[in-house]
Design a protein around this ligand. Structure first.
Ligand SMILES: Cc1ncc(COP(=O)(O)O)c(C=O)c1O
Length: 349
């Protein structure tokens, strides 16, 4: 029962968010008389429940508005789960290598984090989570920085622990696997989604959680009131009219991603399979990925240095860019590796 997992004092906030239907003359919210730079989107509070965007999402997923909570990006979804489920003294878990905010956000909230490790195939051993003190786990699917995809059976095994499982699906549209299909079977499941990746609105800061109605109801009580900016909501609402363009963007990204992986392979490197818009690439033992990262920086190319994390000790994470950006990366990386091989040969000789 989800009630047993939710923070005990959350229920007492239920009175707090008044919803004012449009038909009223609204003299309840201390709004301004008029706009100063026009009245486009921002001169009225339109929360706190953001039903218009929820209804669009409900139609998109074939669910109800009650299954959604609108958040400031998926990162805020991580925060909402932390506030909803973790009492003082409770902890969350994450499986390294993973996404940094799963560690940062509970810490900001004064909660501790249990660091578990993925196995050599980047899969979670759920018995580690089950045996740990953690009440909730954050798991990205597809993974970041691993870029791999867990099956729904694997997600189900995590849910069968009975603890809260937050499946972060920031990149889900690059696959056809989604834990959204499980929300009505598991009250302890929360799925995080975002408009930042395939919907191409990272600057708007809009995301949402998807869960069964009962769990969503508690999540809705766990964020500050009126947290969303109207212009951002409008952008998210409007972009949903452009599903074909979104799907084309996904196809274009996948094409460039596979070209990039091919180019990396041609340089003698090991790019892992990817279900995202980035590539995790492993360097041979004799080449130090961290030094390559710095050499690329010298050449004005900034990738993500994930080396040093468990299971990916000698890897970099490279976002898929425009074709000319990917080509520049491959060209500079090739030059750096050649330089490296020359100096290595000199030392050996
Ligand atoms: C796994 C994962 N979750 C969440 C986010 C953040 O998404 P948002 O911009 O919606 O906060 C990212 C961004 O890179 C991510 O990789």
């Amino acid at each position: 029962m989800i009630e047993d997992l939710v923070r005990k004092d959350i229920e007492s906030l239920r009175f707090a968010h008044p919803y004012v239907p449009k038909k009223y003359i609204n003299l309840s919210q201390n709004e301004p008389l008029r706009g100063i730079i026009g009245d486009k989107y921002a001169t009225r509070y339109i929360g706190p429940h953001y039903y218009e965007l929820k209804d669009r999402l409900a139609a998109y997923f074939g669910l109800k508005r009650e299954n959604f909570v609108i958040t400031n990006g998926a990162n805020h979804g991580i925060d909402v789960c932390c506030r909803c489920f973790l009492e003082p003294g409770d902890s969350a878990a994450m499986y390294d290598p993973s996404y940094g905010p799963y560690f940062m956000i509970p810490m900001i909230n004064g909660r501790s984090v249990v660091r578990l490790t993925l196995d050599e195939n980047f899969e979670p051993d759920w018995s580690l989570f089950e045996r740990s003190d953690a009440k909730m786990v954050y798991i990205p699917n597809p993974g970041n920085p691993t870029a791999n995809l867990l099956s729904l059976d694997t997600i189900r095994e995590g849910l069968d622990t009975g603890k809260v499982v937050v499946v972060d699906e920031a990149y889900a549209e690059f696959t056809d696997v989604t834990a959204v299909d499980l929300i009505n079977d598991y009250e302890n499941l929360v799925v995080l989604r975002t408009f930042s990746k395939v919907w191409a609105l990272p600057g708007a800061r809009v995301g949402y959680t998807i869960a069964c109605e009962k769990t969503s109801d508690y999540l809705e009580l766990s964020h500050i009131p009126y947290h969303m900016a109207n212009p951002s909501l409008k952008l998210a609402h409007d972009v949903l009219d452009h599903q074909e363009e979104m799907e084309q963007l996904v196809r274009d990204t996948i094409e460039l991603r596979e070209e990039l992986r091919e180019g990396l392979r041609a340089l003698g490197l090991h790019p892992y399979p990817s279900y995202t818009n980035f590539v995790l690439v492993e360097f041979p033992k004799e080449v130090d990925a961290s030094r390559i990262f710095h050499e690329l920086l010298e050449r004005n190319i900034f990738v993500n240095n994930v080396s040093g994390q468990p299971r990916i000790e000698n890897c970099l994470r490279i976002s898929v860019g425009l074709r000319e950006e990917n080509e520049a990366l491959l060209r500079e990386l090739g030059a750096v590796l050649e330089q490296w091989a020359d100096s290595f040969n000199t030392v050996v000789r």
